[in-house]
Design a protein around this ligand. Structure first.
Ligand SMILES: [Cu+2]
Length: 359
């Protein structure tokens, strides 16, 4: 019976291991893969010995002792034993320390390859509750006017510098296949160098717990061939030139809204200027601490004195902190800066959807 329990336990443990736990480091283009692999192997092998030794002792006790056995003789004050396990632990920690320190002192492989120190593309990465905004610059800082959210598009075989910061609380930029975690700290800029070999989509996530919808803080890094990237960038530039953000002026006249398109925008199924909004992440059908649910929004918009429902929604979207719904924080929505990412038509569509939802 006992043995079955053990095997079932082990099988469950293996099943519970996510694939990411096994994919232990960058595979392409970011930090030096060889060095991370070495470090992983050294620590992994040492940990394996300790694991087998300790588990072996535990198993031995399980197998040899029976219920009702007397307590074995206790051995106290054995200096040789105490000194030796202290020294062994110290030696293990010293080895890990030396190898880790050596690795921490090497620069990003992409940076080391580059002689001029000037990147081909610089991207300002700004984390906020609960998404990422990217602004693209040629070279070190020639503006392109192109901005995206969530999805970061970059060329392969080019030197890319990410300048990473945060708009509100601490976040961490982590695309495990490309490089290690880099903290996004308000008022401070950290850097990450990339030179990606393989085109493809690399998934990442915020790696610093930052609030209710932290798990929604997905990073999607799309690497495309340089020629494709240039096409993408020029299309984006053209679109960015036409895009007029709605801004925070509540007195402006909004066009007639399309509730169906509003629903697609609200649910993140349609983009404006390549920005998706994902309002539904925080404002779903079920109550959530992240934001008022659709039913709660309906209540609020119909009960706000001195405002029509449409006026209330307009203000709540472009100036989330003008009125804070009881029991919720407006900070996350304010960080999203929707007044910069929506145009007048998009805002009118979302308002039309929410108004229809109220009927
Ligand atoms: Cu975060």
């Amino acid at each position: 019976m006992k043995r079955y329990t053990l095997w079932i336990g082990l099988a469950l443990l293996l099943l519970a291991l996510p694939a990411q736990a096994l994919a232990h480091g960058p595979s392409d283009g970011g930090a030096d893969k060889g060095k991370i692999d070495d470090l992983f192997m050294i620590i992994g092998v040492m940990a394996m010995f300790v694991f087998v030794f300790v588990e072996g002792l535990i198993l031995r006790v399980i197998w040899t002792r029976k219920r009702g056995d007397e307590e074995p003789e206790q051995d106290e004050g054995n200096h040789i034993l105490e000194i030796s396990w202290t020294l062994i632990s110290l030696a293990i920690i010293a080895v890990i320390f030396v190898f880790t320190y050596r690795f921490m002192n090497t620069e990003y492989a992409a940076e080391a390859q580059n002689e001029t120190g000037i990147p081909d593309l610089t991207v300002h990465v700004e984390g906020y509750m609960f998404d990422w905004d990217y602004e693209y610059f040629r070279g070190e800082g020639e503006p392109t006017g192109v901005k995206t959210t969530t999805t970061l598009t970059v060329p392969t075989d080019r030197l890319i510098l990410l300048e990473i910061t945060s708009r509100d609380v601490q976040h961490s930029f982590w695309v495990s296949e490309l490089a290690g975690k880099v903290d996004a700290v308000p008022g401070y800029t950290n850097t990450m160098w990339l030179n990606i070999d393989k085109p493809g989509t690399y998934q990442g996530n915020c790696a610093e717990f930052c609030g209710e919808a932290h798990s929604e803080m997905i990073i999607e890094l799309v690497a495309v061939k340089p020629a494709e990237f240039e096409m993408w960038l020029s299309q984006k530039r053209a679109a960015a030139g036409q895009f007029v953000p709605v801004g925070t002026d509540l007195a402006i006249q909004l066009p007639t809204g399309d509730a169906e398109r509003g629903a697609r925008l609200f649910n993140g199924e349609e983009a404006i200027n390549e920005n998706t909004f994902g309002c539904a992440n925080c404002h779903g059908t079920a109550p959530s601490p992240a934001g008022p649910s659709l039913a709660q929004i309906r209540q609020h918009m119909n009960a706000h004195e001195g405002y029509t429902a449409a006026e209330y929604l307009h203000e709540s979207i472009v100036l989330p902190c003008a009125y804070e719904a009881e029991g919720f924080s407006c900070k996350a929505m304010q960080s999203s800066q929707f007044h910069e990412k929506l145009n007048a038509q998009g805002l009118a569509d979302i308002i039309a959807y929410l108004l229809a939802n109220g009927e």
